[in-house]
Design a protein around this ligand. Structure first.
Ligand code: ARG
Length: 468
């Protein structure tokens, strides 16, 4: 029986074709075909190493190379036929190459699909991290644009969703910038961790052939900052380990959680009750029944998709949990969750950029909400501290003053001097000067606080970082 009559990859051992149900059940090409560009890149790197060590002649290598170059173009067309009977992207491409040159039958020398898929995925993760970093920078630029435009516009800051202390739109949005900045760093770390070449590990124990793993790693760009090749240290670990999948999925979780919390802030600010922010029509939707509605669906969907991205991480953890070393077919299921996290997070980031770059704050509503004098109750306690009152007593005094103003149904600064002094004899006659937002912010010109120059410095910091 010739090779062509049987499943070409392992057919020698088998006397029956796989059942059609097994083919449908076992195929991964429907979702791993997106790895095709990385698979071709990996194959080219592997082939050039085989030529380098004399396992391919120069002519064979050139034929394989030309075939790979052709395939790079052909796979871009929807006319390229992916066959489920060839199971996965690796076998489909090898088969397509074989149709171009018989030299392709030497390509799988010293290689297994186990180290091949591990390599493809590392190339994918490097690329995915770069792409997400770019999208993240665009989302951060949109947030920074608003932070700059409304840097000193006061709004209440909240704890327990109760008005707490005054901040500014700039300070609040810069908080989200800090979180997203950490995500940006995280994607660089994941990229670095992905930057190690597993090729040459074979199925688990390498090969008896004189492979030059460092050469392959260099050709494929798995090098450190000084250009030294980065290769995995243990063949069994190299094909069994899925740490990089988990790290990538977790970096996506972290980033989407940050976007989800940002979304919740925006959704609240966009409600009639707050009325702080106005979103563009292009990123909101109406109701089929209520003509007045303009809903912040873009941000609600980000919250929703975050659940899905969290689920993807869970999915991976459970798939990996009970697997003995090394490769087990369960691991084929490791790709859909990471692809999905990548796709969904990419869109979420693009939506944040698109929507926030054309949103505006309602300055009047923000100022009105921030004019609540109770936001400065803590500043009044600080005022007493500066007059020598221990903070615990100061806190108690101000609490009593707040209760008194509530009983009398008047604003705190509207209390008569006499009655205020009765509650707290340490009050001077200038205590009402505390109820001034400019004073409140001017007294907060230290790192991390919403003082105007602090905010402006931090804006400059992010501008510089995003433009580099
Ligand atoms: N499609 C497989 C996967 O993604 C490729 C590796 C197959 N290896 C094997 N020993 N069957 O996991």
């Amino acid at each position: 029986m010739s090779i062509d009559d049987k499943q070409a990859t392992w057919g020698g051992r088998f006397s029956e074709q796989p059942d059609l149900l097994m083919q449908v059940f076992g195929e991964s090409v429907s979702f791993d075909k997106r790895l095709a560009p990385y698979d071709l890149q990996g194959s080219l790197g592997h082939a050039s190493m085989l030529a380098h060590v004399g396992l391919l002649t120069e002519t064979e290598f050139q034929e394989i190379k030309a075939g790979i170059e052709e395939l790079r173009e052909e796979i871009k067309s929807p006319a390229f036929l992916w066959k489920i009977e060839l199971e996965d992207v690796h076998m489909n491409l090898e088969h397509a190459l074989l149709e171009k040159t018989s030299a392709a039958s030497k390509l799988h020398t010293g290689r297994s699909r186990n180290d091949q898929v591990a390599t493809d995925m590392r190339l994918f993760f490097k690329d995915a991290c770069m792409q997400l970093s770019g999208k993240l920078e665009m989302a951060m630029s949109a947030i920074l644009g608003l932070a700059k435009q409304y840097a000193l516009l006061p709004i209440p800051g909240y704890t327990h969703l109760q008005r707490a202390q005054p901040v500014t739109v700039g300070h609040h949005l810069l908080a989200h910038m800090e979180a997203l900045g950490r995500d940006h760093e995280r994607f660089s770390l994941v990229l670095n961790h992905a930057n190690v070449c597993p090729l040459g590990s074979g199925a688990i124990a390498g090969s008896t052939l004189p492979l030059d793993r460092a050469f392959t790693a260099k050709v494929l760009g798995f090098v450190d900052q000084s250009g030294e090749p980065m290769i995995t240290a243990n063949g069994m670990d190299a094909v069994a380990d899925r740490d990089i999948f988990l790290e990538f999925a977790m970096a996506c979780v972290n980033c989407s959680l940050h976007l989800s919390r940002l979304s919740e802030d925006i959704i609240l600010w966009n409600s009639s009750e707050f009325g702080f922010i106005q979103l563009p029509d292009s990123f909101t939707t109406g109701s089929s029944l209520m003509p007045q509605k303009k809903n912040p669906d873009s941000f609600e969907l980000i919250r929703g998709k975050t659940g899905r991205i969290v689920g993807n991480l869970q999915n991976l953890c459970v798939a990996i949990k009970g697997l003995p070393l090394t490769y087990n077919r369960d691991l084929q299921e490791d790709k859909p969750p990471v692809f999905d996290s990548f796709d969904q997070l990419s869109m979420c980031l693009a939506v944040v950029s698109g929507c926030l770059s054309s949103s505006t704050f309602n300055e009047e509503r923000c100022r009105e909400a921030a004019s609540d004098p109770l936001l400065l109750a803590t500043d009044l306690a600080d005022y007493l501290v500066e007059r020598g009152v221990p903070f615990r007593s100061a806190h108690h005094y101000i609490g009593e003053l707040v209760a008194l103003s509530e009983r009398k149904n008047i604003a705190l600064p509207a209390l008569e001097q006499d009655e205020a002094i009765q509650v707290c004899p340490e009050l001077g006659d200038n205590w009402r000067e505390v109820f001034n937002l400019e004073r409140a912010f001017a007294k907060r010109e230290r790192p991390g606080m919403p003082g105007p120059s602090e905010i402006k410095n931090r804006i400059k910091h992010w501008e510089k970082l995003l433009s580099s």
